[in-house]
Design a binder for this molecule. Structure first.
Ligand SMILES: Cc1ncccc1N[C@@H](C)c1cnc2ccsc2c1
Length: 116
């Protein structure tokens, strides 16, 4: 069976891409609920239900402190924001709908940028 060529993709632009993607998420009109960590004192049940909280400001700090090994670990944290949102919020709620809208936006933008 013909071995598929082991060509690594060019990851030299990945850090710039993470910065672009995060800036677009932070400035999106529906970003509000995701900009800062959920305060568990003001949201009953959140601490118990959401095991790994994540938000855009925490992702910003991690990116600034070079804590993302690669594009994949960055995408995992962004998706964690949206997965937490789906777990805690009804789909038919302001925050639930914002999460779906932001996830669709992010999915489209990173695939567009990766194709460029
Ligand atoms: C993402 C999320 N999931 C569940 C509960 C809260 C939140 N976000 C916090 C910041 C938050 C906390 N309070 C409000 C009030 C209106 S939107 C909003 C957003």
């Amino acid at each position: 069976k013909q071995e598929s060529p082991r060509t690594a993709r060019d990851d030299s632009k990945d850090l710039a891409m993470c910065r672009i993607l995060l800036a677009e998420l932070e400035s999106h009109q529906d970003a509000g609920p995701f900009l800062t960590p959920v305060n568990p004192k003001s949201v009953p049940g959140y601490r118990k239900i959401i095991k790994k909280p994540m938000d855009f400001s925490t992702i910003r700090d991690k990116l600034t402190n070079s804590q993302y090994l690669n594009l994949e670990t960055f995408i995992i944290d962004v998706n964690l924001v949206f997965d937490n949102c789906e777990k805690f919020n009804e789909d038919n709620s302001v925050i639930g709908r914002a999460g779906h809208t932001m996830r669709r936006f992010f999915q489209r933008r990173w695939t567009e940028l990766l194709r460029q």
